[in-house]
Write a new protein. Structure first.
Length: 219
């Protein structure tokens, strides 16, 4: 089982930069998110394996105590039968004692092994957890850098890349407005031309009339 944990830990500890440099991926952040999701799934599998090993340790402990209790019981019974010179009872109890004693020692060793394995697996699991946390923090840093890069790209596009196009659009708009203004002014001038001529004609007629009147009075 330790080998399983080692392989999973090594898989999660793979170099992220290789993933980010993959030319086939259009969005490295999306690839990193997918990689982290897979790593979290592996982490859950490891957690379940660790929990199963805890249960195995408890089962070994239970079997050890059960076998030890029976071994102690048969040992006492064998001593009683021996003192009573009951050979058959003694032989049965002694045989049972030896069997339970071997089982108890076996389960005790299995429990000790399980405890040692759990300690190793817990260290590996914690190391894996820290590694994943570092990866999540690294992703946040990369997302920040990506956001700055994309923002600067948009700014540069406005200030430099699309500046000439923007200027051309403004120039075209100004020319269009000037044409409209000329048409409006021309239409207004034409619409008021006749009125202006009529007003001038009245002024001229009034002026001529006033001059004639003055000349008549002076005579």
């Amino acid at each position: 089982m330790s080998n399983v944990f080692t392989r999973i830990k090594d898989s999660i500890s793979a170099d992220i930069h290789q993933l980010l440099d993959d030319k086939e991926e259009k969005n490295p952040i999306a690839s990193l998110n997918n990689y982290l999701r897979q790593s979290e799934q592996q982490k859950e599998k490891v957690k379940k394996l660790l929990q199963r090993h805890y249960r195995l340790k408890e089962e070994f402990t239970s079997e050890y105590h059960h076998a030890q209790d029976l071994a102690d019981k048969r040992y006492k019974q064998a001593q009683i039968a021996k003192q009573a010179n009951e050979a058959d009872l003694y032989e049965f109890a002694q045989t049972e004692y030896e069997e339970y004693d071997r089982r108890a020692r076996r389960m005790k060793q299995a429990r000790e092994n399980a405890v040692h394995q759990i300690e190793q697996l817990e260290r590996s699991y914690k190391e894996m957890t820290h590694k994943l946390k570092d990866m999540h923090l690294k992703r946040m840093e990369l997302m920040g850098r990506e956001n700055v890069a994309r923002t600067n790209e948009q700014i540069n596009r406005v200030l430099h890349g699309d500046a000439n196009k923007s200027i051309d659009r403004f120039s075209e708009l100004e020319e269009f407005i000037e044409k409209i203004e000329k048409k409006v002014n021309k239409a207004y001038y034409e619409s008021t031309f006749d009125q202006k001529i009529a007003d001038l004609e009245k002024e001229v007629m009034n002026t001529n009339t006033n001059v004639s009147t003055e000349n008549h009075v002076s005579q």
